[in-house]
Design a protein around this ligand. Structure first.
Ligand SMILES: [Mg+2]
Length: 275
């Protein structure tokens, strides 16, 4: 992995700006700082400012583990393409596939509630039902090892066996048929007619994009990590602001050909943030 904010990394970003590129980001830990309470995550003012500018001029998407409804409550309408549930919720998936995924999650939840409700509650593990996936949260639990053991025991009982993706103090389970972040990004590149893309993420679920090792996608991880398939990294989450700003200002200098990609973005000027 190489550090993105170098001359070499910036040259790669400029290549994206010059072409028709899709800019896609994870939400928690990437656009929003990780916070102790999952419900408290939000965009900082500078990030909201530059993200809105970027989305106003170029195809921009958020691909998150949160549901689309949850993302909408945090991002509003500034980013036109919101993809939820680790890539499985959005207009890119067929109605039959979505129905199958929802039914599987509903059946899992019912069996978990019947058999493990008291144990999970005593341990402090909460389950978030996101229609297309389930998330076991243990960020606020003191006995974290016990929580992880219990979660793995619960998941071991699920049928059909889920796809498991570990996050920061969260274990996500998805039906084996659900599409993931990598397939979602490729589908949006096709739909939006973007031969190139940037994808930034911080977590195990983002490895589904990084592991595509598709030369058309510039992959960036928040935080350097051995074993990650991302090509570049940022040292800290807050550096995403510099990336957004670089993309916007590169666009303002006429490096790109974004004008044909405007159709769903807003061109409304935003007020400057109080930095
Ligand atoms: Mg994340």
């Amino acid at each position: 992995m190489e550090y993105l904010l170098t001359d070499k990394g910036k040259l790669e970003l400029e290549q994206l700006i010059k072409g028709r590129s899709l800019y896609a980001f994870d939400f928690d830990g990437t656009l929003a700082k990780i916070v102790r309470e999952h419900h408290a995550a939000k965009l900082s003012r500078p990030i909201r400012f530059w993200l809105e500018k970027l989305a106003g001029g170029a195809p921009t998407a958020i691909i998150s583990g949160r549901s689309v409804e949850d993302l909408q409550s945090r991002v509003g309408t500034i980013v036109p393409h919101l993809i939820g549930n680790h890539g499985s919720e959005g207009p890119h998936t067929s109605q039959e596939d979505r129905q199958l995924v929802r039914e599987t999650c509903q059946a899992w939840l019912q069996s978990i509630t019947e058999r493990f409700h008291d144990e999970l509650a005593q341990c402090g593990v909460s389950i978030e039902h996101k229609s297309y996936s389930l998330s076991f949260h243990y960020r606020t639990v003191d006995r974290r090892d016990a929580a992880r053991l219990l979660i793995s025991r619960v998941i071991g009982e699920l049928s059909p066996p889920p796809r498991i993706v570990l996050g920061k103090s969260v274990v996500n389970v998805m039906p084996p048929t659900a599409s993931h972040k990598g397939t979602a990004l490729l589908e949006y590149m096709r739909r939006l007619d973007c031969p190139m893309a940037l994808y930034v993420g911080d977590d195990e679920t983002d490895e589904d994009v990084f592991a595509l090792r598709d030369h058309r996608i510039l992959t960036v991880r928040i935080g350097k990590k051995n074993g990650s398939s991302a090509r570049y990294f940022l040292k800290r989450q807050v550096e995403i602001t510099a990336v957004l700003r670089f993309l916007v200002e590169g666009g303002d200098q006429g490096l790109h050909t974004w004008s044909e990609c405007h159709e769903q973005g807003s061109s409304r000027p935003a007020p400057r943030p109080n930095e």
